[in-house]
Write a protein that binds this ligand. Structure first.
Ligand code: BG6
Length: 295
C-alpha cells in the first residue's frame, strides 16, 4: 500500500533496497539502514560498509538480545546483523493518530541463532512516520518458547544523530543522574551539574532517565527530542578521534558530526516468561531550538 511504499522510499536512502520486491518477503535491507533524512545521522556516509553479515554503521541498529558486551553473545547481540521479514498484513494502529505511515518488521530466530541463544521469540518492530515527520519505533518482543522457559535480554535503539559540531552540542535530561562508565570498567558515577557537553570520548549508560531527552544543536538551531517508554536507561556515545581512526567503517573526522543517544534497557535486564510480551518505544522529532530552551 502507499504507506509501505513511502517507508521503503525513506529507508532506501540508507541502504541497498530492491523496490520490486513485495511485502512478505525478505528484503535486501537490514534494520540498521532505517532512518529518516536528517533526523537520524548519516554517519559513515563514505565509509559505512553495506555488506552482510555486519550491521551498517548509522541509522538505528537494534541491540538485542544483548547490549554491548554485557553478556556472552557477540557485541550488541545478533538482531542488528540479521535480515528481517516484512509483515504483509500487519494489525492496525492501536492508538490515535491512526494516519501514521507504518511498516512492521519481524525477526524470529534461525536454527543458527538458537544454537547461540536457545530461546524462541517473535520480535515485531513497528516503524512509523507521523504526519509532521516524527519517527516512532515500537518493539514488541514475545517469548514463544515451547519448553516453558523464561528468557532474559537487554536492549537498545542505537540511534545515530547527525549534529553540526559535537563541541557545540548539549544533551538535556541526564544531569545529576547515575551512570555506568564503559570507559572505566562499567563503574558507577553520578553526573554533576549542568547539561552534558562533549570534549573527549564518551561511553556512558545513564540509569533511570526521564522519558524525555533533548539534544540541542546550537549551530543548526535545531533540537532533537527523544521520547521513550519501557526503556529506563540511555546510552551516550561518541568515539572521539582515536577510536574513530581505529574503526574501519567510520571516517576519521566523522565523530565531529555525530552523537549516539540510545534509549535502552540495560541495568535491569528484561525477563519474559513463555507467552509474555515486552514493549519498548522510542519517538524522535526535530524541532527549532527555541522550543526546548529553558527546560
Ligand atoms: C555503544 C557502546 O552503544 O556502541 C560502545 O556503548 C560501542 O561501547 C558503540 O563502542 C559502537 O559499537 P559498535 O559495535 O557498533 O562498534
Amino acid at each position: 500500500n502507499d504507506h509501505y511504499e513511502e517507508l521503503l522510499f525513506v529507508s532506501s536512502k540508507f541502504g541497498p533496497l530492491d523496490l520490486t520486491k513485495k511485502s512478505g518477503v525478505q528484503l535486501p535491507m537490514r534494520l540498521s539502514s532505517l532512518g529518516v533524512g536528517e533526523l537520524v545521522g548519516e554517519v559513515g556516509g563514505f565509509l559505512a560498509i553495506f555488506k552482510p553479515p555486519k550491521a551498517i554503521r548509522g541509522g538505528i541498529p537494534i541491540c538485542f538480545p544483548q547490549f554491548s558486551s554485557h553478556g556472552f553473545l557477540e557485541q550488541h547481540g545478533f538482531a542488528r546483523n540479521r535480515f528481517w521479514t516484512v509483515e504483509s498484513d500487519p494489525p492496525p494502529f492501536p492508538t490515535k493518530p491512526s494516519n501514521n505511515a507504518f511498516i512492521d518488521l519481524i525477526l524470529r530466530p534461525s536454527e543458527e541463532d538458537l544454537k547461540i541463544w536457545p530461546h524462541s521469540f517473535e520480535f515485531r518492530l513497528r516503524v512509523a512516520l507521523g504526519p509532521g515527520g516524527d519517527l516512532m519505533l515500537t518493539s514488541r518482543i514475545r517469548n514463544t518458547n515451547a519448553d516453558g522457559k523464561p528468557f532474559t535480554f537487554t536492549f537498545a535503539y542505537h540511534t545515530y544523530f547527525s549534529v553540526s559540531d559535537i563541541s557545540e552540542v548539549r544533551v538535556e535530561g541526564l544531569e545529576t543522574l547515575d551512570y555506568l562508565d564503559n570507559l572505566q570498567n562499567k563503574e558507577r558515577f553520578t553526573e554533576q551539574g549542568d547539561a552534558i557537553t562533549f570534549e573527549s570520548e564518551v561511553d556512558k549508560i545513564y540509569l533511570s532517565t526521564p522519558m524525555k531527552i533533548a539534544i540541542l544543536d546550537h549551530e543548526k538551531k535545531r533540537t532533537f527530542v527523544i521520547r521513550k517508554d519501557g526503556l529506563p536507561d540511555a546510552v551516550v556515545w561518541n568515539p572521539w578521534d582515536k577510536k574513530a581512526k581505529a574503526m574501519a567503517d567510520f571516517g576519521d573526522d566523522e565523530y565531529k558530526h555525530m552523537l549516539c543517544v540510545e534509549a535502552a534497557a540495560i541495568e535491569k535486564p528484561i525477563t519474559l516468561k513463555p507467552g509474555e510480551e515486552w514493549r519498548g518505544r522510542q519517538e524522535l522529532s526535530a524541532v527549532p531550538s527555541s522550543y526546548c530552551s529553558g527546560q
